[in-house]
Design a protein around this ligand. Structure first.
Ligand code: AVJ
Ligand code: FE
Length: 422
């Protein structure tokens, strides 16, 4: 009896989360024209329309297709909106996602309503497998909400008119809080996900990790500190860079984070964000830096990047939802870490690069079925980022969460927190 009541309550919670997540995606796309939602600015980025459709296809392909009587909205969408699932067949090539002027944005929104209606019926009495896949689908859509915003930012950054996705209500003034260190003894600690809550397959199995004594900076690196790095020749000194990083600096002619542009006044910088083009805010966390830049900065600062296990151990006692996330009022942009004691802005604000490769934990097994392609096959050549960003929906992040990108990529809200060995 007790079990049944609990199950019913959690089904209701899942149905609500499904509804809220689906609605948020549409709300995020509401300011966009069909043109805004159609163009693809680079192969790594996808059109907003594609995100809206792909997240719907996910529910269709992995849940609804097996529901008796379900009629797919349009059979051709499996080709258009499959991302990378080989077991689901051929697909529109990723770099050509921006060629889909049809279906229109309106038609994609109709597709969403069709999928929502069918899913809402399923979620009244889901089987355990349907509930599990729906939970995955909700978390998947949350990932795409963040990607949709970072992809839009990249698109708008190509436009010399500097369009703002949302206008700022106020400037972020002020000077950075002084940086302090928080020490940890290390020892044998638990890493990875354990317990009842949702986690992606790549966060498991939980396992022991051995940590030597270390310290983490109490806040992320700021724009003001990054400017000191630039002014000190950071982008011109090969001794600060990994070999691959230096190759990247030279190939790109990189001299600042992505979206920074020199202001007319010498030595000053502007940065482009979802709130438009503005002078950089000295106290805000630096963002749109790649792994090579994060690593070079840490070397310049006499420190290093934290390992994933160090970061996770430090973050495991904190409350993720207390951070600065997408749901907060105001434009989506990193904030300045406020005064206080101990580790701040570990969750939300900016993703923090770790020095750890994105590899399977000992005993890792991909999820059952077609969704086994979700994470495991990307465990090659990428690095782990922790904590979430100002574009991550609140509730999505946790200490064991493993985001991952290639070391040259920097269009996400990526930043860093320094670490050192004691
Ligand atoms: C975890 C953000 C690297 O972008 O491919 C979306 C998220 N996985 N759909 C990605 C994801 C499947 C993933 N990242
Ligand atoms: Fe996806």
């Amino acid at each position: 009896m007790h079990r049944t009541v609990r199950a019913a309550a959690s089904e209701e919670a899942l149905a609500h989360r499904f509804h809220d997540t689906r609605r948020l995606s549409c709300a995020l796309a509401a300011p966009l024209s069909d043109a805004d939602a159609t163009v693809q600015s680079m192969p790594d980025a996808s059109p907003a329309k594609w995100h809206l459709a792909h997240t719907s296809w996910f529910f269709e392909a992995f849940i609804l297709r097996d529901v008796a009587g379900y009629e797919p909205f349009d059979p051709s969408y499996a080709y258009l909106f499959n991302s990378y699932y080989e077991s689901e067949g051929a697909r529109q090539p990723r770099p050509l996602r921006g060629m889909l002027t049809r279906p229109s944005l309106d038609r994609v929104l109709d597709y969403r309503r069709h999928v929502d209606a069918a899913m809402e019926a399923v979620l009244q009495t889901p089987s355990p497998r349907q509930a599990e896949l729906a939970e995955l689908g909700v978390n998947h859509e949350q990932q795409h909400q963040e990607l949709m915003l970072t992809d839009l930012l990249h698109l708008f950054a190509q436009n010399p008119l500097h369009p703002a996705y949302a206008a700022p209500e106020h400037r972020l003034d002020g000077v950075p809080e002084p940086l302090d260190w928080v020490a940890f003894d290390g020892g044998i600690v638990r890493a990875g996900h354990e317990g009842d809550g949702f986690a992606f397959d790549c966060e498991a199995p939980a396992h022991d990790a051995l940590l030597a004594p270390y310290a983490l900076a109490d806040r992320p690196v700021t724009n003001a500190e990054w400017r000191s790095f630039i002014d000190d020749g950071g982008y011109r000194r090969p001794e600060l860079w990994l070999s691959d990083g230096w190759t990247w600096v030279q190939a790109e002619g990189a001299e600042a984070p992505l979206y920074w542009t020199p202001a007319a006044e010498k030595g000053r910088w502007l940065r482009f964000g979802l709130d438009g083009l503005h002078p950089i805010e000295p106290a805000a966390a630096v963002t749109h830096i790649n792994y090579y830049e994060a690593d070079a900065y840490a070397r310049w600062a006499g420190a290093r990047l934290p390992t994933e296990a160090e970061w996770e151990h430090a973050g495991s006692g904190l409350t993720p939802d207390a951070g600065h996330f997408l749901d907060d009022a105001g434009p989506v942009r990193p904030r300045a870490t406020g005064p206080g004691d101990g580790l701040r802005d570990m969750f939300g604000n900016v993703w923090e690069w770790t020095g750890s490769a994105y590899l399977p934990y000992p005993g890792f097994a991909p999820a059952e079925g077609a969704v086994g392609e979700y994470n495991g096959k990307f465990m090659c050549g990428q690095f782990v980022l922790k904590g979430g960003s100002c574009a991550t929906p609140r509730g999505h992040a946790r200490a064991s969460y493993r985001n991952f990108f290639y070391p040259h990529q920097r269009w996400q809200f990526t930043g860093l927190r320094l670490a050192k060995s004691l």
